[in-house]
Design a protein around this ligand. Sequence first.
Ligand SMILES: [Zn+2]
Length: 250
Amino acid sequence: MFRNRRVSAAVLCAMAIVALMGYFVSGIGADAPYYAVSAGESGGGYALRKQPATVVIDAGHGGVDGGASAPSGRLESAYNLEIALRTELFLRFLGMPTVMTRTDDTSLHDPDALTLRAKKQTDLRNRAALANSVPNAVMLSIHQNKFTDSRYYGAQVFSNKRPESVALAKHIQDSLRLRIDPENRREPKTLDVILLSETDIPGALVECGFLSNAAEEAKLRDAEYQTKLAAVLSITMTEWVIMTENETKQ
Ligand SMILES: [Zn+2]
């Protein structure tokens, strides 16, 4: 799955952060704010755990729809899947339930969709329906950007107009700025696309970077950078779940 097994200081650092977050989230600590729930008045000796939100991880495109392509011809769907699988590993390590829309190079289109357009549309509808079918879920869709002018670079986050999705997109954009690229001045935006408009759970679509920018494409294909992105995305989603759970408790 991961061709490059180089273990660097940065990856170890990311792993350490995630390990600390895992300790925090799993409720082992004395002041665990999250899903370490007492057994209640009747006792019984069992520590009940509240089910945390499930993160639906959507690796954009796949199969008949490769998405954008890098100058090398490498398809966006491959970058998306590699980053999504790494994000899933981190989230599971953090104790967060996950559902993947795909785990290999496939499309989720309807079998009776004949044209490429129909395949793409039904693929997106089916991803949205899958995300909507997961109880207490939040969606993270992973994509890569492309533009005719190769100067442009930097991650950008999109969402539908629902306030909770707008807030999630802002949280992810801020986190990517803080933890990946402090120079990134991009702002989150709302976007009217099938995947986002047909999901009725909080969700955001992250364009991790531009395949049309040579320097950024090289990073996005690098295992170490993918791991860093995945670590940040998983921590960010976990933070958001904790924040929103705490808000609803108040
Ligand atoms: Zn895409």
